[in-house]
Design a protein around this ligand. Structure first.
Ligand code: SF4
Ligand code: FES
Length: 339
């Protein structure tokens, strides 16, 4: 076991735990918010992390045995704790300034097309730049431009929005049997490709949509149907031979507009789901509904739901009051109950 102190909170964790995992454990145990943000690490995907550097932290004491600080910020998703390590994240203004620089780099080529992007409202880059970024950009050059392409019947790739986090590549590598998707070229020319736009048609390929932190990979069956905050997320399940069948339905009235995996508090899929559940089961009768999803109150989706709920309660109250007035007026030629 190793004792590590992150933002003045000490925790004992098994050897081999990363600083990021230790910080998440602290948040889970203490209800704090000290875990660094992540754009490429995904706990369910092996070898993920180490690409985006949003999870950087400052190690002010390396270990009990060797207390020297680390000379520069380290990626917490790829650095394991040592016994006696002291780490700063939210308590270090220099570190937060460095993270703002990372965000600036991530946004260097990212278009500001949030108003027409299907990911708006659940985009991790939007949240990251809001919470850790600067108000203005210093970028003066032309951004990289690619035409959107269809990769397979269900997924649209908007390469302009991609931040090259490699999560989708790991999904194709680790969840599907034949990988036809990867990153080609290097540096500024790097791009996600399916090699001559070959369709991704294997059973678990739809999960690339869920893991993409931005709007680079979107669901073609949902595109432009609704802003996410106008839909109601509902947890549901069905008996499925290929996956757990536990999903989240995004509904508008009785219509199922989209099916996704359920996401945990870190924005990661709890369990990956198959393409049949995701794309072929769009009727409420296909599912056993468990109930409304508990939405994080910081989310724009929750904001709308809370407002809607308040509105619903208000309208119900008024109807109730009106009913009272109606029954007081009683029956007669001007009977309001006939209106
Ligand atoms: S398409 Fe999305 S998931 Fe894939 S590398 Fe780009 S940002 Fe990451
Ligand atoms: S989350 Fe650690 S480098 Fe991307």
């Amino acid at each position: 076991m190793a004792k590590v102190t992150i933002d003045d909170i000490t925790i004992e964790v098994p050897d081999g735990t990363s600083i990021l995992q230790a910080a998440r454990m602290i948040d889970e145990q203490h209800g704090t918010h000290i875990a660094p943000p992540t754009m490429c690490y995904y706990s369910k995907l092996e070898t993920s992390g180490g690409y985006c550097r949003t999870c950087i932290v400052s190690v002010t004491q390396g270990s009990e045995k060797d207390p020297r600080p680390m000379p520069k910020p380290v990626a917490s998703c790829r650095t394991n704790v040592m016994d006696g390590m002291v780490v700063k994240n939210t308590t270090s203004p220099e570190l937060l300034e460095a993270r703002a620089g990372v965000v600036e780099f991530l946004l260097a080529n990212h278009p500001l097309d949030c108003p027409i992007c299907d990911q708006a409202g659940e985009c991790h880059l939007q949240d990251l730049s809001y919470e850790n970024g600067k108000e203005e950009t210093r970028y003066e050059f032309n951004r990289r431009r690619f035409d959107p392409i269809d990769i397979g019947p269900y997924v649209k790739l908007h390469m302009n929005r991609c931040i090259l986090c490699y999560r989708c590549v790991k999904v194709c590598d680790q969840l599907t049997d034949k990988r036809v998707h990867g990153v080609i070229n290097r540096g500024d020319h790097s791009e996600i490709s399916t090699y001559i736009e070959k369709a991704i048609d294997n059973d678990f390929s739809g999960n690339i949509i869920d893991v993409c932190p931005v709007g680079a990979l979107t669901d073609r069956t949902f595109r432009f149907k609704s802003r996410v905050w106008y839909t109601n997320p509902v947890d549901a399940h069905r008996g499925c031979e290929k996956c757990s069948g536990k999903v989240r339905l995004w509904m508008k009235g009785d219509e199922v507009l989209r099916v996704t995996a359920r996401k945990d508090q870190w924005g990661e899929a709890e369990q990956f789901i198959c393409n049949t559940c995701r794309f072929d089961k769009k009727k409420t009768s296909d599912w056993t509904i468990e109930g409304p999803t508990k939405v994080n109150h910081h989310s724009v989706i929750a904001q709308n739901h809370d407002d809607l709920r308040k509105l619903q309660v208000g309208v119900k109250k008024q109807i109730h009051q009106l009913d009272g007035v109606k029954s007081e007026l009683g029956k007669g030629p001007l009977d309001p109950n006939n209106i």
